[in-house]
Design a protein around this ligand. Structure first.
Ligand SMILES: Cc1cc2nc3c(=O)[nH]c(=O)nc-3n(C[C@H](O)[C@H](O)[C@H](O)COP(=O)(O)OP(=O)(O)OC[C@H]3O[C@@H](n4cnc5c(N)ncnc54)[C@H](O)[C@@H]3O)c2cc1C
Length: 528
């Protein structure tokens, strides 16, 4: 069959989210994926040894207890579930101390108070404001089209709203320093924000309260990150739609000003009689649809799209026993923490790490976060064994070019393992059954939308956030081409949360006057 109501390019979780919502609205859809597998940045593989499951990209699914797609699409019925470990974040430091953030607020405050009573109180206030009182607001922001700053100011006219907006002109570091005083606590939060590919430039400060709203809502998908795209594909297929792999789209066919089909590399054409949507990066989408169909303001901006100043290099380990951290003597909960950060001593060193990434140098002090997933879901490893990873920040290209990652893989693997062992000395040769290094170049190779190892399909900088993502004329998931929509992470949302796919579904449902099988998330308003 080559004629569908809707054609969607890219079977990342966003393309599939859109497809599943459209299927629920009665549309026959076809999702086209160039890889031989689906999932994009939500994939799970066994590159070390059979049974040791590695999430090659996203691992921490954030805010899924409120994500409308889980409920609306009954994803549990289609095989998707997750666990939210009680010790959510851990920070282990060279001085032997450790900080832990729990689902339980009191335990988080007690841990922070060992470093600073002031910061424990600050955390409590931030948690109560952003994670409790304004929680539904942040869900509304994510699962709605972005709102222009002036309009947002009107909608947030109360004292709590004003306090939130006071972060808007700040950079990441200023936003953190506004609340915390201990240098270790400050450095942890600053590092955390860089995980989203946010840059420390004026205008990114709002990311801080957003992250505070979900810092204790990290989930591990049961069985692997791939469980999400697989469940979404089942929703589509159960409604008679199709998900086709090894289907590389090389053109979005536009006839009479309207997007009508996708043409594959093999020359075949798949028609979307009512819509065509792209879940791949926006710069490539406009190339596929013909840049002449877009205003110069859009093509000029997307030609200069800022992919990322830093990427991630992941060391995956197959283990007999999970990492045991030196700092467990200080706080035993570090050995039960899900998202574990280490490698940094202070903010200056951290700032240098990102400067070095920007300059294309491997940081002299590698730092970042990781997890031992099998501690929370035993299906990640064979019985009694463990699978763990650490992903320090790294440049896309090393001196000499990105190809150096292939040439010097063993050297970097050894370097990264050496740092991890400083913190977890039980990672001995006896304990390690096998290793796998997944480099920024591998990220790009496995997913052509993550150019230059851009983990979120484009950096988080003010010109690429909110209504500017990817451009004001494309921000509501529509395009100047009739019938063509954007549903990937270079639009508002991003991360493994289905936001762009969900927002595109609402845009299409409105335009095509479809009967929604779901109740849309209310628009972001806050009177407090
Ligand atoms: C190492 C790493 C760690 C990460 N960790 C996290 C995390 O813990 N939590 C989190 O929330 N996010 C994380 N992310 C980010 C997350 O993976 C992405 O934000 C998310 O997967 C993007 O989803 P998407 O559906 O928008 O796009 P993608 O997943 O990129 O999907 C795009 C799809 O389109 C396909 N495609 C591209 N071009 C074509 C074409 N011409 N024809 C057909 N198909 C095409 C691609 O192959 C891909 O499958 C991480 C990313 C990386 C790389």
């Amino acid at each position: 069959m080559s004629r569908f109501d809707g054609v969607i390019i890219g079977a990342g979780h966003n393309g599939l989210t859109l497809g599943a919502y459209m299927a629920r609205a009665g549309m026959k859809v076809c999702v086209l994926e160039r890889n031989a597998w689906i999932g994009g940045g939500c994939t799970t593989d066994e590159p070390i040894l059979p049974g040791y499951r590695c999430n090659l990209h996203s691992n921490f699914y954030i805010g899924f207890s409120e994500a409308p797609l889980v409920r609306d699409l009954e994803l549990q019925r289609f095989g998707f579930s997750y666990v939210e470990p009680p010790v959510q974040q851990g920070v282990t430091m060279r001085d032997g101390t450790a900080l832990t953030i729990h689902k339980d607020l009191e335990r988080s405050c007690a841990s922070i108070a060992r470093f600073s009573r002031h910061d424990a109180e600050a955390f409590r206030n931030l948690h109560e404001t952003y994670a409790v009182k304004m929680r539904s607001f942040f869900t509304s922001v994510l699962y709605n089209p972005p709102v222009a700053p002036d309009e947002m100011r009107q909608r947030l006219s109360g004292p709590m709203g004003k306090e939130f907006l006071a972060h808007a002109p700040l950079d990441l570091f200023q936003a953190v320093d506004r609340h915390f005083e201990d240098h270790r606590i400050r450095t942890f939060f600053k590092l955390f924000m860089h995980v989203t590919t946010a840059e420390n430039v004026p205008g990114t400060g709002l990311i801080f309260p957003t992250i505070m709203s979900s810092i204790s809502r990290l989930a591990l998908p049961t069985g692997g990150s791939a469980a999400l795209p697989l469940a979404l594909a089942r929703v589509i297929e159960s409604a008679g739609g199709e998900v086709r792999t090894s289907a590389d789209v090389r053109e979005i066919v536009v006839e009479g000003g309207r997007a009508v089909a996708a043409r594959l590399s093999d020359g075949s054409r798949i028609d979307g009689t009512r819509f065509v949507a792209s879940g791949i990066d926006a710069p490539t989408t406009i190339q596929l649809a013909g840049t002449a169909n877009f205003p110069a303001a859009v093509t000029d901006k997307l030609a200069k799209w800022h992919w990322a100043d830093h990427s991630l290099v992941t060391l995956h380990l197959a283990l007999n026993a999970p990492p045991r951290y030196v700092s467990a003597k200080f706080d035993p909960d570090i050995d039960r923490a899900f998202n574990v950060f280490f490698g940094f001593d202070d903010t200056e060193q951290m700032a240098r790490c990102f400067d070095q990434c920007r300059r294309g140098e491997f940081p002299d002090a590698p730092m970042g976060n990781g997890a031992c997933n099998s501690m929370f879901d035993p299906t990640y490893a064979p019985a009694g064994k463990h699978a763990a990873f650490w992903w320090p920040f790294a440049p896309y290209a090393l001196p000499g070019g990105a190809g150096e990652w292939d040439r010097r893989k063993d050297e970097y693997l050894a370097r990264i393992l050496r740092v991890w062992r400083e913190f977890a000395p039980n990672l001995t040769d006896d304990n390690i059954q096998g290793t796998y290094l997944f480099t920024p170049l591998d990220i790009e190779r496995r997913n052509s939308s993550m150019k230059k190892g851009a983990v979120r399909l484009g950096a988080y900088i003010p010109s690429q956030l909110g209504v500017n993502r990817p451009h004001p004329l494309l921000a509501d998931n529509r395009t100047p081409i009739e019938g063509l929509y954007l549903c990937g992470s270079s639009n508002h949302g991003g991360g493994a949360n289905g936001g762009p796919g969900y927002n595109a579904a609402n845009a299409i449902a409105t335009d095509l006057k479809l009967k929604r099988a779901w109740v849309p998330v209310t628009a972001p308003e806050w009177n407090g």
